[in-house]
Ligand binder design. Sequence first.
Ligand SMILES: [Zn+2]
Length: 274
Amino acid sequence: MLAISFILGIAIGSFLNVCILRIPKEQAITFTRSQCPNCLTTLQPLDLIPLFSYLLLAGKCRYCKKPIAFRYFLVELITGLIFVIGAANFEIMQNPLNAIVFIAFSCVMIIVFFIDIDHCIIPDRFSIGLIVAGLLLSFTGFYPLNSEKLYIGLIENNYLFFANSLLAVIIAGAIFFVIFWASNKYYAKQGIEAFGFGDVKLAAGIAAFLGWKLAVFMLFFSFFIGALISLPFMMINKKKLKDAMPFAPAICISAIVTFLVGEHIVLWYWQLYS
Ligand SMILES: [Zn+2]
């Protein structure tokens, strides 16, 4: 089962690479074969096998010998691992909905992560799409499986799931909007856009899936991840924290971790103080 998940994952990862490359350029995702970005040769099926083609060709284009970005390999590998983790952690045979939602959610996080790094934008189809999808999904009584202790009251009252999801969107949106507003007011004089409105919509979309308690945790945790990512850059480039912080990528990592183990961390933290 896990082997099948991995193989399916790296194949989907290959598709995510195409999305990351083409969506910001408004190009069609399907029906056109990929080309080498350097020599523009249309790639053959043998060049497009996830993970293996990269290893087989030693990371170079078969036609022009120009190095292929390691990124493609990395995205395929990460996606493969996400599929395995999702299938194992949520026991895909027992809880197919949770496993599938986690995997689909994580795939969106991977796309947003890399598009934001490349272009500093978060396309609305992902952020707004997440808000809509998360709210609709809540009608089915969905919640991240390992958050049942946090939402124990909800599980007895099925109709409250939608309220939880909506509340999460509002709380996460409001917190991020305040940060967005404050940081832009502060940094506008220096001509820097520290924090985009895209981040606000993204946080709200993620929150729709997590419910309000996990959403609040996800927000705080994303600052922690952001600082962690920035530290090496700050030491190398002597940048200030704010300049070096890629915020949407930090939110994406935080969201995946929260979906997986957020409840454990929150409960552990509460125990420290009770
Ligand atoms: Zn080439």
